[in-house]
Design a protein around this ligand. Structure first.
Ligand SMILES: [Cu+2]
Length: 527
């Protein structure tokens, strides 16, 4: 499934069109708004199949879901789906979708997306009906929403060499927006810096030791925190995956195929790239892990399996339909600032009793817990191992039991480099705090679109009651859109993360010329 927190109290979940028990409008429901406090759901009513789509937030706070699945039980083919959801507090808002007029320029299954500082969204994908990509099903291209006239492509899709070169296992490529305005991209065993303004690809050193990091050998990835102390220097980390061949029949694999414990970090500066990837090992191997940025700067690694591959119904000796087995039940916390060799810890972390395999997901919530959901390595709803999983879990990092700071006064919008004051109440003995701004992103298939932490410059008054905070340095450091602001004590205990919009909250600028070209292209057949 796909999961995105959309307000301080709600999250949106997109699921597959199949025989869920929940209904809406007289048919099965495949999307809900979840109340994080009451844990009740309100069915939403998209028109097309959202399964295996991507999502990112626009600068005005609207969630854009794009791409999806062709299967029609009810509703429409979602491969070219564009769905817009603007959060509201009335409990009545629904998904806007107009497939005849507003859709992608081509079919995109297993896409990824990233929000750009120009307030548009860049969707990047291939299209295939198979478990693993191949030349015949590939759609090696990308596009923008709203449509752009850029680099000789006016409102139409733009070819991507990288997505040709990274066949076969390059579903759900990893996209991370960087503070110099470029995009880090990783798929299969390759990585690059992509300058979307000039449509140029600069290859980076490949993932070490032949590890493949995208579906069906899914790894998790994260941009490590950007801070004033590290001069907002970007460093990426990719964990898990598998080093098996991607050029053999799927029946070569089994649910016991080994996975990788490798975590690889790369500093994205000239010197960092020259120094290459730094390799570490998780306590256990994982495919399909989810890396969740915590407000205390650490990373939670959850979900996935220790053997097998993503998908269902493909490999030998499946468990039911699952291509994976031996679930990774124990969470791991990774401290990127600790000394090498002592960064991973599961001490005191409870193991989950629930397998979270293919189509599982996780996200930080505003109150600091991590919501873990999903797992359905099956064609339709099933109760046999590994069953369709409807139970949610809320994992509490150790800071949840500590006395916590509180604050008020967060403006509805925070523009770049502008100062604002928060009124804070700090636990006894706390004399210094930091302010961490987090994009909670959009999580699916172990790929966490747009997730990032940017530490803001702040000053605490002598009486410890007023915190003067400066907004992010630029839209390259934190693209416009939703953010959750956590005041964190020096011991790593965060406040509740209240929501604001970074930037002005304006809607994306539109290029009517590109839209006209795009509209002309709407006559292309929708497979
Ligand atoms: Cu999927």
């Amino acid at each position: 499934m796909q999961l995105a927190v959309v307000s301080e109290t709600t999250a949106v979940i997109f699921d597959k069109v199949y025989h869920n028990p929940l209904t809406v409008g007289g048919h099965v429901a495949w999307s809900v708004e979840l109340n994080l406090n009451t844990q009740t759901v309100r069915a939403l009513n998209p028109l097309s199949n959202t399964w295996c789509a991507t999502g990112s937030f626009l600068g005005n706070g609207t969630l854009l879901s794009s791409g999806g699945n062709p299967v029609v039980i009810t509703g429409q083919n979602g491969l070219q789906g564009i769905r817009l959801f603007t959060p509201c507090s009335t409990g009545t808002c629904d998904i806007f979708e107009d497939p005849a007029r507003v859709h992608l320029t081509s079919n995109r299954w297993y896409p990824a997306s990233v929000i750009l500082p120009e307030w548009s969204i860049h969707t990047y994908s291939q299209f295939t009906f198979s478990f693993i990509n191949g030349a015949s099903g590939n759609n090696p291209s990308y596009e923008f929403y709203p449509p752009k006239n850029i680099n000789g492509f006016n409102g139409v899709k733009i070819p991507s060499k990288f997505l040709v070169d990274t066949l076969n296992s390059n579903h759900f490529p990893i996209l991370i927006y960087l503070p110099d305005g470029t995009i880090f991209v990783a798929a299969n065993q390759a990585a690059m810096i992509f300058n979307w303004r000039t449509n140029t690809e600069t290859r980076l050193p490949g993932i070490p030791n032949g590890v493949r990091v995208s579906s069906p050998f899914s790894a998790g990835a994260v941009l490590l925190p950007l801070t004033p102390e590290n001069n907002y220097t970007p460093e990426v980390m990719i964990c898990g995956g598998s080093a098996v061949s991607d050029s053999v029949s799927p029946t070569t694999f089994t649910a016991q195929t080994p996975t990788s414990a490798q975590c690889s970090r790369l500093v994205l500066t000239t010197a960092g790239i020259a120094a290459g990837w730094k390799v570490e090992s998780m306590p256990q191997p994982r495919v399909m892990p989810e890396l969740v940025q915590l407000p205390d700067m650490r990373i939670l690694i959850v979900n996935g399996a220790t053997t097998g591959v993503a998908g269902y119904g493909n490999v030998q000796n499946r468990i039911g339909q699952s291509n994976a087995d031996n679930p990774a039940f124990t969470p791991v916390i990774y401290d990127p600032s600790a000394a090498a060799g002592s960064r991973f810890s599961s001490a005191g972390l409870p193991a989950s009793p629930i397998a979270r395999l293919y189509h599982s997901t996780a996200t930080l919530t505003p109150n600091g817990t991590v919501m873990v959901a999903g797992s359905n390595p099956n064609d339709d709803v099933t109760t046999t191992k590994y069953a369709t999983e409807y139970r949610l879990e809320f994992f509490s990092p150790p800071y949840m039991t500590q006395p916590r700071p509180t604050y008020t006064g967060l403006p509805a919008t925070v523009n770049y480099n502008t100062k604002f004051n928060l009124t804070v109440t700090l636990p006894t003995g706390v004399t210094s705090v930091t302010v961490n701004l987090i994009d909670l992103g959009f999580a699916t298939h172990g790929v966490h679109m747009d997730q990032r932490l940017v530490k803001l410059v702040s000053t605490l008054s002598a009486d410890r009651k007023t915190l003067t905070v400066t907004g992010p340095p630029s839209s390259k450091h934190y693209p416009p859109g939703p953010a959750y602001l956590y005041v964190v004590t020096s011991a790593g205990v965060p406040s509740f993360g209240h929501k604001t919009l970074i930037g002005t909250g304006a809607s994306p600028p539109v290029d009517q010329g590109a839209i006209s070209k795009y509209v002309l292209n709407l006559n292309i057949p929708r497979v």
